[in-house]
Each structure stands twice: as structure tokens, then as C-alpha cells.
Ligand binder design. Structure first.
Ligand code: ATP
Ligand code: MG
Length: 309
């Protein structure tokens, strides 16, 4: 009986042992199953993450493209202050300006260079509305109008019986005198600004003329031979004033025979000959060209003109 009982127990044990190894296997099976599920879950998660990252990068690059395109369009079109197209002017039968076209952008300094009688002053007068023209178009862009243009054409128009300060005060529209005082300081006019203008020397008058053109925060300043009669220190003060205003976004159109001085402030130069723009050159082009000396370029043009005669 005992044997039988032991046998039964043995049989039970054997059965149990047979069963037990199966348990971990099952467990492993279930674990493997769980892992594969979580793996698929992780894979799904990764795909989703990748899609989100890709969409994010697409949006980022799309945004950048839109931004660059906008900047480009803005720079090309909206930064333009003045567009001149095919301006023609005649006085009696003489053609003074012939198909003049160019643009002036915000913060740009353009030099106007040409021989005596080439048409520089006339072109400036046309832009300012001081002289008429027969054909072509002249557009001031954006919020710009003639009130935003400062100018010094040929000789400065000042009231001789007023002091320089009073002359400036007449034109100054700012209630605050801060800007006016700053111009006087920048151009070093303090010593004579309270003297009557009739007692001014040529250079003093010229400085006052430049100071008047810079009043009321102009967006565009047109200066015809601004360096005329100025001593070297005054020339440097004018140059520094122009460069500082340019950095603030003010544009300039400057005519000058002092080519060496002009190239220090300009971004590009228009060479006008006999009423027509014969060459438009950027400072980069000039610096890279063999004709590094602008004077030679200009003299060549004048010489060819003499030869043709
Ligand atoms: N009021 C006028 N009547 C007739 N001709 C004129 C008049 N004003 C200018 N001109 C002519 O127009 C041409 C251009 O003159 P403008 O004064 O524009 O030359 P410019 O380039 O400024 O010369 P400069 O370097 O001597 O100042 C010249 O041939 C000049 O004789
Ligand atoms: Mg002139």
C-alpha cells in the first residue's frame, strides 16, 4: 500500500515536474508577446515622432523661404524711395536731359558726376520740382513726398539779415531744438551760428546750406556740390554726417567734382554726359575694375567727347 502511495506521490511529482518546466515557457511566451506589442507601440511612436519632426522642418524651411522672398521683394520694391524713368527735358531747342532713368533706395548714397554743363543741377532741380520736364515719369514711393526731401542746390538761399541760427529756426519744424543743436554741433558751426548770415564766408554759408538741408528729418537729401569752399575739417565733418545719416536709413543724391571725396560716401555713381547717363557704376565694380581711378573713367568720357567734336 505504502508503495502504491509512494507510487502515486511519485506519479504526482513527476506530473508536477513535467508541468513546472512548462510554466516559465508560458511566462516567456507571454512576456515575448508583451514585448512585441510594446515594440510595435514604440515603432508607431517613432513613426509619429518622425512625421512630426519632418512636418516641423518643412514648416520651418517654408517659413524661411517666405521670409527671404518677402525680404527680397521688400528690398527690391518697397525700399525704393525714388524712381525716375526716361526723363527728357528741353530748353528751347537744346536737349538738356535725355532719357534719364535710375532708382534711389532707402539708405543709399548715389553720386552724380559729370563735366560742367552735363546736366547735374538741372536733373536735381527736376527731381525737386523746381524745373519742369517734357516727358518721362518721376515717382516718390511710400509715405515720401516733397516735404521729406532736404536740398542744397548751387548757392544756399539764406536770409542775410538773420543769423544762421534764426535761418535754421525758420525752417525747423521740430518743437524740440535737439536735432537742430545736433546738426550745429556735428558741422562745428557753434562759433558763427549767432552771427548775421551776411557776414559769413563762402565756407560758412555752405555749411549753413548743408545744415538747412538736414533739418526736419528728411528721408532723401539732394546736395549739389556740397563740398564747395569747405576746409578739410569741414569736408570730414560733412562726410561723417552723411555716413551717420545713411546708417539711419537716409538716402542721398550728391553731385561733386571732388571725386576722391565722393567715393568715400557713395554706394554707386552715375556718370552724366551731355544730358544722358552714360555709365552707372557701383563702388564694388569700380574697386574691382582696372579703371580703379574714377577720375580716369570720367576724363576718358570727357576726352572721347572732345575727340568727337
Ligand atoms: N535757364 C537755362 N537756360 C538755358 N540753358 C540752361 C539753363 N539752365 C541750364 N542750362 C543749360 O543746361 C545744361 C546743363 O546745365 P547744368 O547747370 O545742369 O549743368 P551742371 O552739370 O550742373 O554743370 P556744373 O558742373 O557747371 O554745375 C547746360 O548746357 C546749360 O547751359
Ligand atoms: Mg551744377
Amino acid at each position: 500500500m505504502m508503495h502504491k502511495k509512494t507510487d502515486r506521490n511519485l506519479i504526482f511529482l513527476t506530473k508536477f515536474r513535467r508541468l513546472t518546466p512548462a510554466l516559465p515557457t508560458r511566462k516567456i511566451e507571454t512576456e515575448t508577446c508583451d514585448m512585441s506589442q510594446s515594440l510595435t507601440f514604440h515603432q508607431d511612436n517613432n513613426i509619429l515622432k518622425n512625421i512630426i519632426i519632418k512636418v516641423y522642418y518643412c514648416l520651418y524651411f517654408f517659413g524661411k523661404i517666405v521670409l527671404y522672398t518677402n525680404n527680397f521683394i521688400w528690398k527690391e520694391n518697397f525700399m525704393q524711395l525714388l524712381t525716375i524713368e526716361n526723363i527728357n527735358k528741353r530748353i528751347k531747342k537744346q536737349k538738356i536731359l535725355k532719357d534719364i532713368s535710375f532708382t534711389l533706395k532707402q539708405g543709399e548714397v548715389v553720386g552724380l558726376v559729370g563735366a560742367n554743363g552735363a546736366g547735374k543741377t538741372t536733373l536735381m532741380k527736376v527731381i525737386l520740382g523746381l524745373s519742369n520736364y517734357q516727358s518721362g515719369s518721376l515717382k516718390l514711393h511710400g509715405p515720401m513726398n516733397n516735404n521729406h526731401i532736404g536740398a542744397l542746390i548751387e548757392n544756399p538761399g539764406v536770409y542775410p539779415f538773420l543769423t544762421g541760427y534764426e535761418n535754421m529756426n525758420l525752417i525747423n519744424e521740430d518743437k524740440e531744438k535737439e536735432n537742430m543743436e545736433q546738426i550745429i554741433k556735428n558741422l562745428e558751426m557753434s562759433q558763427f551760428i549767432h552771427k548775421k548770415a551776411k557776414a559769413y564766408s563762402l565756407g560758412m554759408k555752405q555749411k549753413l546750406g548743408i545744415a538747412l538741408s538736414l533739418l526736419n528729418q528728411p528721408q532723401l537729401v539732394i546736395l549739389d556740390e556740397p563740398m564747395n569752399g569747405l576746409d578739410p575739417k569741414a569736408v570730414r565733418n560733412v562726410r561723417e554726417t552723411i555716413l551717420s545719416l545713411k546708417a539711419q536709413g537716409v538716402s542721398f543724391l550728391i553731385s561733386s567734382h571732388m571725386l576722391g571725396e565722393l567715393v568715400k560716401v557713395t554706394d554707386s555713381i552715375l556718370i552724366i554726359d551731355n544730358g544722358a547717363i552714360v555709365k552707372e557704376t557701383t563702388m564694388e565694380e569700380l574697386n574691382n575694375s582696372n579703371e580703379s581711378d574714377l577720375e580716369n573713367v570720367l576724363l576718358n568720357i570727357i576726352d572721347h567727347k572732345e575727340e568727337k567734336k
